[in-house]
Ligand binder design. Structure first.
Ligand code: C2E
Ligand code: MG
Ligand code: MG
Ligand code: MG
Length: 284
């Protein structure tokens, strides 16, 4: 049997694999202290329009591990899903995002900004997810139109009928929806017409390949055209170069997110992008 797995007993003593497993075990063990020890924080990445005007931000989780430094959510979100703690973490992210929106409402420089929050499968499939979101919005007294929830295709496809019911309930309340990593899922296109989605986010892998792989450039154009025909907004994620941005603009995309504009950063840093600090010499 071992032969069909690796064909070589060395496989079982692979030091790199061993190390990866150890990290996983260690992170899994440390997750609870991450939550209780306030090691989780939120970064914000701007979403901009054609004129680089900041329209809002996506909130992204970070884990400041005492030994390992800043850990990517790609590494620890799956662990939080396995252990179920994503429910509490996800609730905290939503609550924090709404509290941020509330703080912004008092400041005319920031009062028009929206915040996009990633929602994991396990979080979304809680029976009372809709009630939880509405409760947070009520408690923080935030305008629901400023909150955007990001779902991936795979979350939606797991239970399309149940998903549509929940989406309609939240949209009636004013919340909008974005389909994250669009184009990477296995879904058929016909379901898209039934989904009450406000925005498609073109996955960054396609954006990355715009000038590299012709078929990916075609996919980008197709997604933009499709969103347009379905009356949805389209946002390109992972925009890193001006050439990519130009291609996207020329093909009708109007919303962008990526390192070309800014990296995810603590809230104070994002705020400096919204209103550039006045030049010192003007004050003198
Ligand atoms: P995502 O929602 O697709 O977020 C976009 C990811 O792309 C972020 O990675 C962001 O830092 C990165 N990114 C943005 N612009 C660029 C760019 O120009 N180039 C490149 N190479 N990357 C760029 P991050 O922050 O590591 O997050 C990874 C994923 O973790 C997110 O993908 C999302 O699926 C998940 N995640 C993050 N925060 C949360 C959260 O609060 N809840 C849940 N459920 N998932 C989260
Ligand atoms: Mg996202
Ligand atoms: Mg994405
Ligand atoms: Mg992603």
């Amino acid at each position: 049997q071992a032969k069909s797995v690796g064909g070589n007993n060395q496989y079982f003593y692979n030091p790199a694999l061993q190390a990866a497993l150890e990290i996983r075990t260690e992170l899994g063990r440390d997750l609870h202290s991450a939550i209780s020890g306030h090691q989780l924080s939120l970064y914000y990445q701007a979403q901009v329009d054609n004129k680089r005007q900041v329209l809002g931000a996506e909130v992204l989780l970070r884990w400041q591990h005492p030994q390992r430094g800043l850990i990517s959510p790609l590494l620890f979100i799956p662990l939080t899903e396995e252990k179920g703690v994503i429910i509490d973490i996800g609730h905290w992210v939503l609550e924090s995002a709404c509290m941020q929106l509330k703080a912004w409402e008092a400041d005319p420089r920031f009062s028009a900004l929206k915040i996009a929050v990633n929602v994991s499968a396990r979080q979304f499939y809680q029976v009372d997810f809709v009630e939880q979101v509405i409760c947070i919005l009520r408690n923080t007294a935030v305008d629901p139109h400023k909150l955007k929830l990001e779902l991936t295709e795979s979350v939606v496809m797991d239970d399309i009928d149940g998903t549509i019911v929940k989406m309609h309930a939240l949209r009636r309340y004013g919340v909008s929806f974005s389909l994250d990593d669009f184009g990477t899922g296995y879904s058929s296109l016909s379901y898209l017409t039934q989904l009450p989605v406000d925005q498609l986010k073109i996955d960054q892998s396609f954006v990355h390949n715009i000038g590299v792989k012709h078929s990916d450039a075609i996919i980008v154009q197709t997604i933009i055209g499709m969103a347009d025909n379905l009356g949805m907004e389209v946002l390109a994620e992972g925009v890193e170069t001006e050439a990519q941005r130009l291609f996207l603009e020329q093909h009708g995309c109007r919303h962008y997110q990526g390192f070309l504009f800014c990296r995810p950063a603590p809230i104070a840093e994002l705020e400096t992008l919204v209103i550039p600090a006045p030049a010192a010499h003007i004050i003198i």
